[in-house]
Ligand binder design. Sequence first.
Ligand SMILES: [Fe+2]
Length: 281
Amino acid sequence: MLSRRRAIRALAAAGVSAAAVGLYTWRVEPHWLEFTHSFLPIRGLPREIEACTLAQISDLHIGPQVADDYIVESFRRVKEFKPDFVVYTGDWISYRSPKQFGQLQRVLLEMPYGRLGTVGILGNHDYGFNWRMLNVADRVSEIVRAAGVTLLRNESAVVGGLQFVGIDDLWSPCFEPKKILGEKSGDDCAFVLCHNPDAADLPVWGNYQGWILAGHTHGGQCKPPFLLPPLLPVKNRRYVAGEIELSGNRRMYISRGVGHLLRVRFNVRPEIAIFHLESGG
Ligand SMILES: [Fe+2]
């Protein structure tokens, strides 16, 4: 009799714990944004840019799954840092229908800009279904450019005294980085923005040395402690989140992103990275 009661109590406790974890995973962590801070040593950094800050905002996924209010509040918090540069590393939207274009326009009315410049690229979700809808990518590009972002699609641009190279998305039909990266010498001071970290392993980098800022993985969204996340949309399982040392004197930072695909996050809080630029590397 006693052991039966104990078993019932244990079951009830397990049920309550599971419900609490579920509630946390659904209601709390997906909106529990973390601002991470790190120093970014850059070789040949122009003196006037030293000690400037750069905010990386990735994977907003504006659409039916991510609450607009949450994104707008995240934008407001970025503005408090008064970043010198802001970069957006793709997946502006989760495309379901042309409704997302109006939604993107409305949310971007609140977007933070860098004092010296604002640069962006596209991600696979900006290409609509199966990452193949070129008309969707073009419309997203138009809206983002009209909002004042220097959007780079296999292009480079000097913005605020810093050179940025923006690679179009690896899974899209428009991934063509070879030419633009081939123009870079090992001495160039540049930043590469590249949505999908797997691109770092392809033989397209020429002599480029320096930082690659990426997103795409969302850090896996749910991760058991001490283990890799079970769902990770990359071939290279090293590419989860954070700073990664690469061959050829390259380093990559993978943001955990702001938004989500499904509204669940566990042990992988959303992130906006604030980088402090310094000479070195
Ligand atoms: Fe994404």
